[in-house]
Design a protein around this ligand. Sequence first.
Ligand SMILES: Cc1cc2nc3c(=O)[nH]c(=O)nc-3n(C[C@H](O)[C@H](O)[C@H](O)COP(=O)(O)OP(=O)(O)OC[C@H]3O[C@@H](n4cnc5c(N)ncnc54)[C@H](O)[C@@H]3O)c2cc1C
Length: 303
Amino acid sequence: MRGLLLWCAQNPWLATHVPRWRFARRAVRRFLPGEGFEAALKAATEFRARGVASLFTLLGENVTDLADANKVVEHYEEVLAASAGVQAEVSVKPTQLGLDIDPDAAYDNLQRLTRAAANARTFLWIDMEGSAYTERTLDLYKTLRAEHANVGLALQAYLHRTVTDVASLMPVKPAIRLVKGAYAESPEIAFTAKREVDENYLALCSLMLPEVKRRNLRLVLATHDTVLIAKAWRFGQALGMERQQFEVAMLYGIRTDEQLRLAREGFAVRDLISWGDAWYAWYLRRLAERPANMWFVARQLLP
Ligand SMILES: Cc1cc2nc3c(=O)[nH]c(=O)nc-3n(C[C@H](O)[C@H](O)[C@H](O)COP(=O)(O)OP(=O)(O)OC[C@H]3O[C@@H](n4cnc5c(N)ncnc54)[C@H](O)[C@@H]3O)c2cc1C
């Protein structure tokens, strides 16, 4: 089911047609407060009041025209200017900024956004996309990090290479958001069994948490897996970490009760809030993460 859903995520015919179906639009609401940024800002304000910070992202990927990438940058510049006061950070996809068309233009766009984030006294995160982009995204990040302190990168625990990537990033004192990984990858390059991905996730945490304590490196555990979070925190505690140094991020609409619980317990929690109409591929990846969500979609077919 996971493979089928990830295949559907990349199918151009479905990408054009499914967003027109009303039941699909109803189903996606579960993971989006709305299609406009105003809804995201409202949700962030409400989370902020309950001790949870936000991470904003405009849906969309693989733009085919640099003019569209420029519009994305301008939109984020407005978002950054408008979101002072809700403790929001921003997360962007390199292919939404033109990586497929012109890597130099994508770099310039990332730099513009990193500056805009610095002006807004906040932080820019770079999402990690499918493995075809891993090497280029790491290169972009290393160059950007040499010039800016307020930029972080997502790394995927399902990739075999990630342990080496962590080692290669350490000299630049990276900020890392550790995820399990959301794309369809082959067994040659990725762990496919959940147990192996989870083991690698913890192994990567045990490499990086001592650096959080020793060098104040930023590590965000971006997962809804509260068992993994608890295991990583036990290690953090053994290292003498403070709860506020231990950062967790989850997606809007998923395990909200756990997000609030962790915030109440004193951990630094962030909710990733998305908006925009380009939700198709992103939504299919959410369904693939938990095929039981298909029942929720099916229910939307009922009157
Ligand atoms: C803040 C954030 C940023 C991310 N950024 C990236 C990125 O840049 N690149 C990338 O490849 N991936 C990214 N991801 C997605 C990530 O790779 C996983 O696909 C996703 O988080 C699901 O895996 P999990 O870690 O929650 O663990 P899982 O083992 O999949 O899930 C653990 C538990 O969480 C719950 N759960 C998980 N997903 C869902 C869901 N969709 N619906 C309902 N319940 C669910 C279930 O109860 C499940 O048992 C991001 C995730 C988060 C939270």
